[in-house]
Write a protein that binds this ligand. Structure first.
Ligand code: HEC
Length: 139
């Protein structure tokens, strides 16, 4: 019996990390993470991600696991109306791909989000207050 080539051909609908961001994050954060003023902040802020430094993957993982609420002032806009819910619509693999795209392409860092960090955040369920305390005072 011939082995079906379908088994070794990559899936036709393979999505890039940017596609995954569009599906799971852009409804609020806008295409390319440029933000929706007054609704959800831009994520294409290298100064912010670089200021977080080695804490950037932990912060991002905490936000996608716990969500985030409370006032944020970013680039002259106030974000206070909407709570970010924990991200529940992705697989772990997809969430890691999205996270690394945010850290590396939008954040212009070399930081890496791993399954271990995701597991650790699920274990510790960081509070919104603790996440907010990690944020550097830069836009
Ligand atoms: C339902 C809307 C919604 C979706 C979907 C959403 N977010 Fe958010 N996100 C928000 C809101 C609103 C805030 C600001 C919360 C606040 O004001 O405290 C936020 C904040 C953030 C922050 C913190 C930014 C900062 O400056 O500290 C990060 C990081 C983030 N989101 C990443 C993501 C990623 C990655 C995804 C997709 C996996 C995603 N979000 C999906 C609404 C959303």
């Amino acid at each position: 019996m011939a082995i079906s080539t379908a088994l070794i051909v990559p899936p036709v609908f393979a999505e890039t990390p940017e596609d995954l961001f569009e599906i799971h994050c852009a409804a609020c954060h806008n295409s390319g993470g440029i933000g929706n003023p007054g609704l959800a902040p831009p994520l294409n802020r290298p100064v912010f991600w670089q200021a977080l430094g080695s804490k950037a993957p932990e912060y991002l993982t905490g936000v996608v696991v716990s969500g985030l609420a409370g006032r944020l002032d970013i680039q002259g806009q106030m974000y206070i109306g909407l709570i970010m819910p924990p991200v529940a619509s992705t697989t772990d693999e997809e969430l890691i791909e999205i996270g690394n795209w945010v850290l590396q392409s939008l954040g212009e860092t070399e930081e890496v989000l791993t399954q271990d960090l995701l597991d650790a955040a699920r274990e510790s369920q960081p509070s919104h207050a603790n996440l907010r305390a990690m944020r550097p005072a830069v836009d």
